[in-house]
Design a protein around this ligand. Structure first.
Ligand SMILES: NC(=O)C1=CN([C@@H]2O[C@H](COP(=O)(O)OP(=O)(O)OC[C@H]3O[C@@H](n4cnc5c(N)ncnc54)[C@H](O)[C@@H]3O)[C@@H](O)[C@H]2O)C=CC1
Ligand SMILES: O=C(O)[C@@H]1CCC=N1
Length: 278
């Protein structure tokens, strides 16, 4: 069985872990770490895995990393290289280090790890927690095809896996890594509109959530038969209600704004990379 360490068990590594456990990975094969004892206890209860607290045990990360075949780094971008340096001596040569951090390049991680330590730069999104995620992977030259397959298989149970050139990871971040937030933002405003029109807040939230879910399901299930613009046209009766809404969006240049937002996310990733490189 593949032994897994999740160093920094916050939102993203937590979402990855939920997906792994749901796909049949045994809780006994996973050790997590967290900064505070309180969060370690909370995460341990939530996922049923051992979670070591760095606050209580300075060796928490090295202990977890030493036993693992795959180590997921789920800390903030500015902490990743230090964490690599911290676990460097504990890692075995075959252990694959998988970072889920935005903006941290393979080269940055390699500079803090032993020579030829296999490194994968991943960009997942939080719907991994419900088995409907997206993850992009870029592997260093030290990662064997078998190791890439092992990581892709682990993550593939939680979403669609795309092995890319590292140069494309920022674009994937702009569309899919940050993307769930755009969709939640849409749902927030759909629900708020309902409340402004007199609906009960809970009902409005349900309507927005179910509508976003149903539209997403149609997008996936009809892909190939209908493109997304056709699905939109199917809802839009000539001179009807939807047409008026879409005209309102177009007048506010919402399409261009969404594209600009996704591109700003990717640009921010590149900006963080440059900042980290000093
Ligand atoms: N939240 C998201 O949707 C996505 C996040 N990411 C990436 O995931 C990474 C983590 O982001 P979030 O999960 O949102 O942040 P978070 O703040 O929820 O999680 C970070 C976790 O790391 C722990 N931590 C910090 N330093 C530590 C240390 N030295 N040892 C052990 N644990 C430590 C903290 O206690 C916390 O639980 C970031 O690099 C981000 O770029 C990537 C894709 C999507
Ligand atoms: O907002 C962020 O920086 C992270 C990376 C992608 C999604 N969340």
């Amino acid at each position: 069985m593949t032994k897994i360490a999740m160093l920094g068990l916050g939102s993203m590594n937590g979402a990855v872990l939920s997906g792994l456990l749901a796909s049949g990975v045994s809780a006994e094969d996973v050790v997590g770490t967290s900064r505070s004892a309180e969060s370690a206890q909370q995460r341990s209860q939530q996922y049923g895995v051992t979670v070591l607290a760095e606050e209580h045990d300075a060796a928490a990360n090295t202990t977890a990393a030493a036993q693992a075949d795959v180590v997921f780094l789920g800390v903030k971008p500015h902490q990743v290289v230090d964490l690599c340096a911290e676990i460097k001596e504990a890692l075995r040569p075959h252990t694959v280090v998988v970072s889920v951090a935005a903006a941290v390049t393979i080269a940055m991680m390699e500079s803090a790890l032993a020579e030829r330590q296999p490194v994968i730069r991943a960009m997942p999104n939080t719907p991994m927690s419900v088995g409907a995620g997206v993850v992009g992977l870029a592997a260093s030259s030290a990662v064997s095809p078998q190791q890439t397959q092992t990581v892709a298989q682990l993550l593939g149970a939680s979403g669609s896996v795309h092995v890319l050139e590292e140069e494309q990871i920022d674009a994937l971040t702009g569309v899919a890594g940050s993307g769930p937030a755009y969709t939640f933002y849409l749902a927030e405003h759909m629900a708020a509109a309902g409340v402004e029109m007199g609906l009960d807040p809970e009902l409005a939230a349900d309507l927005a959530a179910q509508t976003v879910y149903g539209a997403g399901k149609m997008l996936i299930e009809n892909r190939g038969d209908n493109d997304v613009a056709q699905l939109r046209r199917n809802v839009t009766s000539p001179n009807g209600t939807t047409q008026r809404a879409i005209e309102t969006f177009d007048a506010a240049q919402m399409g261009a704004t969404i594209r600009a937002g996704a591109q700003a996310s990717a640009a921010r990733a590149a900006e963080i990379t440059a900042q980290l490189q000093g």
